[in-house]
Design a protein around this ligand. Structure first.
Ligand code: ATP
Ligand code: LTN
Length: 208
């Protein structure tokens, strides 16, 4: 029996070299060894401002890019998150065992609420709960990600522990697989490269 592995990518914009070297290149290699489940996580992407008119095309584009990069549907499962309602159902259950304090400590939440001050919504805050559900609904034990996601994987382990303590041993504790290219920097040479166009616009408006 192969171990199960899960990972996701947001359809928030054009894929960049950070996504490829930090995650997707690994996803392709890992198809040979693990029972791989890969998802375009559209429900995560709606936690920041997005264009509803072009969103379906963005999702399709992300799927096509993954296929072009070498994700092979004969070796791995590849799907769109919102097509599988169990992700959001489990997220609701997990939200009742996840302390708000832990969610408030998440670096990604702090960074994104800073970048999107006009839209700091509850979904942005509970984002890691849905991420934990993505992984644990498949009882996945491995999660290939860039360094920025390691904190969310640690929280996923805590969610599994909290659930198991209340309801019995159901979910495994997962481990991140972090690629050698842990954190590719963006154009400013400081922050991690990101799909968010706002980052580039921000850079153009206030060059340092
Ligand atoms: P966004 O910029 O929209 O927040 P993102 O570019 O960070 O998104 P995601 O879709 O959230 O990309 O992440 C897909 C995968 O790529 C994740 O495993 C993430 O850790 C990895 N990744 C993203 N940016 C980098 C980077 N700069 N260096 C290394 N890995 C990265
Ligand atoms: N939060 C991740 C995307 C993501 C993910 C996941 C990664 C959503 N669900 C499950 C690994 C496992 C990000 O921002 N890169």
């Amino acid at each position: 029996m192969k171990e199960t592995l899960f990972s996701g990518i947001q359809p928030t914009g054009e894929l960049h070299i950070g996504n490829y070297l930090g995650a997707i290149r690994n996803w392709v290699a890992l198809q040979e060894t693990y029972d791989c489940v890969y998802s375009v996580v559209d429900y995560h992407a709606i936690t920041i401002e997005y264009d509803a008119a072009t969103f379906p095309a963005r999702i399709m584009n992300a799927v096509i890019m993954l296929l072009a990069c070498g994700i092979d549907p004969r070796k791995a499962r590849l799907f769109v998150q919102s097509h599988v309602p169990e992700h959001t159902e489990l997220a609701w259950v997990f939200s009742s065992v996840t302390p708000m304090g832990e969610l408030g400590r998440m670096t990604q939440f702090k960074e994104k609420s800073e970048q999107h001050r006009q839209n700091v919504n509850a979904g942005l805050f509970t984002y890691p709960v849905l991420q934990a559900a993505d992984i644990l609904v498949y009882k996945a034990t491995r999660v290939p990600v860039g360094e920025d996601q390691v904190q969310h994987i640690e929280l996923t382990r805590e969610v599994a522990r909290a659930f198991n303590a209340r309801y019995g041993a159901v979910f495994p504790e997962c481990q991140a697989i972090v690629s050698k290219a842990r954190r590719i920097l963006g154009l400013d040479g400081k922050a991690k490269m990101s799909k968010s166009l706002n980052n580039y616009l921000g850079l153009m408006e206030s060059p340092e």
